[in-house]
Write a protein that binds this ligand. Structure first.
Ligand code: SF4
Length: 157
């Protein structure tokens, strides 16, 4: 595998925070403080995830609504996901496609991708999310690039 090693310390930071998270240590004041801020620290997020925060769900929902409307308005964005290959070399524990799972694997050829795209085009939807697992052997950059070209030709006509 020729994956780039980005030498990130993010995983260590997340694990350290997770191990030191004492969810019973947060008070009502901690939760109110988090609810009154526009930008939250890790501790603020932890307060909102603590058991005491169950009494503040309505306030949290109102605040989430306010921010959602501020940044996204009242719009709904619809797109169609198209999985063109589910082979993957990785093992992300949350993912059904991870390489340790014994599932049926498939990789669409270009004719099959075209057929799927034509069906999607009939629905009137033009936004598409093309997905694969991460596999240099089954879904390399050239394969994904060809799929994108097909999508561009079929959906934007
Ligand atoms: S498909 Fe993506 S999320 Fe799933 S195991 Fe592979 S790399 Fe991870």
């Amino acid at each position: 595998m020729d994956l780039e090693n980005i030498s990130s310390d993010i995983m260590d930071k997340v694990i350290t925070e997770m191990n030191s998270y004492d969810y019973n240590s947060f008070s009502d004041e901690d939760i109110k403080e988090a609810l009154n801020k526009d930008y939250l620290s890790v501790k603020n997020f932890q307060a909102l995830l603590s058991p005491k925060a169950i009494n503040y769900l309505e306030e949290m929902a109102q605040k989430a609504k306010l921010f959602r409307e501020r940044y996204f308005g009242n719009s709904v964005y619809i797109f169609t996901p198209l999985y063109i290959s589910n082979y993957c070399d990785n093992y992300c524990v949350y993912c059904g496609f991870n390489s340790h799972n014994k599932i049926k694997r498939a990789r669409l050829n270009f004719e099959q991708i075209e057929q799927e795209l034509k069906e999607i085009a009939k629905s009137g939807l033009q936004e598409i999310l093309i997905l694969t697992g991460e596999s240099e052997r089954y879904s390399n950059v050239e394969y994904i690039g060809e799929a994108c070209k097909l999508a561009e030709n079929i959906l934007i006509m």
